[in-house]
Write a protein that binds this ligand. Structure first.
Ligand code: UD1
Length: 432
């Protein structure tokens, strides 16, 4: 089984380049099948989630062609709507396959997808997706682990999201793009990837206004056409490297980012004593030896992202004083705490709050990644820890980070991907 072996204790130093945004890519790749013409998408991160979604897209009959590692051409014209619109096995691998539900419903007025799984970070209902599809006139049926949506005709509607949801906003937006008339989505999510998916759909001929605000207005169009589109940089990958620089007391220039999208992380790093310098498309994080406590509460964008919560927890667990983290998006996002405690962190969880008493450093341990972002956080912890650590279950990390170990090595980290005990011993002998 693949795992990372890490020798901690070195500050990260140097430059790292950020890939395209995974969560934007998942919406955009699904939306690409909504035209029969070919669509070219650039800056696609080469991570497991996008590769699996592309397999799912092929599985429904679309043509997928890699032009290079990060550029993909998709043609939805080969899909047969009478036989192909059932997404089953792939949804068990990645939850975001459910974007095909909205995309195919919007294009063909019907689709069928297995009920989603995904990272185990708490109950992840899809009631808002269903409510939105129904408001557009679709009939939704759940049976035998499958969800089927079908409409004679999709009709523009007024939809109020009871909870701010990234997934429901994107799914309903896609379904509404070719509906008859106007749709308004109120209390919409405002994440940068919502804007990216909307910009992509507009470049295909859709008429979406207001993405990035909490009211999105969509005027239905008859059809969509081919386009070439480049995905925005990944704010969570960028944030992860920013926080890794802080935790290891390093100095890292993080390139190919949109600094505006990183403001919540920047603000917290400055609060604890880091220096964050912003450039047009890069940020530099410099950390002094001593960092200070703070409070973090996860919120929908532009608030502090839940996907950056475990990584920040590692840094706060190494900062002077008592910090408090409140997780208000998902209920099960402190599963890394047990693993981090084994490395010497002092963290107590009470409901949706973690109380962290800062310690000087961590000690190496063998830990397991419980999910994608927590996995990245444990790698950061291991980069700080005295001595050797291993992080197993890195399949979660590979879902969302492209060449994570390689990028960290580029910053001076002692980390290697290994499969056997023999390889671990070899690494230990090599780095001493
Ligand atoms: C997306 C991101 C994920 C991120 C999350 C929050 C993708 C592929 N994934 O996940 O990385 O952690 O946003 O920023 O973009 N909810 C409902 N009913 C629904 C849908 C959601 O009650 O129908 C609730 C959820 O339980 C959660 C909250 O809404 O408490 C936010 O979830 P949502 O924004 O939908 O997350 P995802 O789209 O699944």
């Amino acid at each position: 089984m693949e795992q990372y072996v890490i020798k901690g204790g070195r500050p990260l130093e140097g430059e790292v380049t950020i890939a395209g945004a995974k969560n934007a890519a998942l919406g955009i790749l699904a939306a690409a099948v909504m035209t029969d013409q070919e669509v070219t998408i650039e800056n696609v991160p080469n991570v497991r989630d996008t590769r699996v979604l592309l397999q799912a897209i092929q599985g429904i009959g679309a043509r997928v062609r890699y032009i290079d590692e990060h550029t993909v051409a998709i043609c939805g014209g080969t899909i047969n709507p009478n036989t192909d619109l059932c997404v089953d096995e792939y949804i068990r691998k990645i939850r975001a396959s459910y974007y095909l539900l909205g995309a195919l419903l919007g294009k063909y007025n019907h689709s069928q997808v297995a009920l989603p799984g995904g990272c185990d970070i708490g109950a992840r209902p899809i009631d808002l997706h269903i409510k939105g599809f129904e408001a557009l006139g679709a009939h939704v049926d759940i049976a035998n682990g499958m969800i089927s949506v079908e409409a004679d005709e999709l009709i523009g509607s007024h939809i109020y999201m009871d909870v701010i949801s990234v997934g429901a906003t994107i799914n309903v937006m896609m379904a509404a793009v070719m509906a008859n008339g106007k749709t308004t989505i109120e209390n919409a999510a405002k994440e940068p990837h919502i804007v990216d998916v909307a910009n992509f759909l507009n470049s295909m001929g859709a008429n979406i206004k207001g993405a990035g605000t909490d009211v999105i207005r969509i005027r239905g169009v008859k059809s969509l056409h081919g386009t070439t589109y480049s995905i925005i940089p990944d704010q969570i990958e960028a944030g992860t490297f920013m926080v890794a620089a802080a935790a290891t007391r390093g100095n890292v220039l993080i390139k190919n980012v949109i600094p505006k999208h990183l403001e919540a992380t920047t603000a917290k790093l400055e609060e604890i004593g880091c220096e964050v310098e912003e450039f047009d498309d890069a940020v530099r994080v410099r950390a002094p030896h001593v960092l200070h406590r703070t409070h973090v509460k996860t919120l929908p964008y532009p608030g502090y992202p839940t996907d950056m919560q475990p990584q920040m927890a590692v840094t706060l667990a190494l900062s002077n004083g008592t910090s408090i983290i409140t997780e208000s998006i998902f209920e099960n996002r402190f599963k890394y705490v047990a693993e981090l405690s084994r490395m010497g962190a002092h963290i107590r969880v009470e409901g949706n709050t973690a109380i962290l008493d800062g310690v000087e450093t961590f000690t190496g341990a063998n830990v397991a990644a419980p999910d994608l972002r927590a996995g990245a956080a444990l790698v950061i912890a291991a980069l700080v820890a005295n001595d050797f650590s291993t992080v197993c279950d890195i399949k979660y990390i590979q879902r969302g980070y492209e060449k994570f170990d390689e990028k960290l090595r580029g910053l001076g980290a002692l980390i290697e991907k290994v499969e056997t005990d023999k390889e671990i011993q070899k690494f230990k002998l090599k780095v001493g």
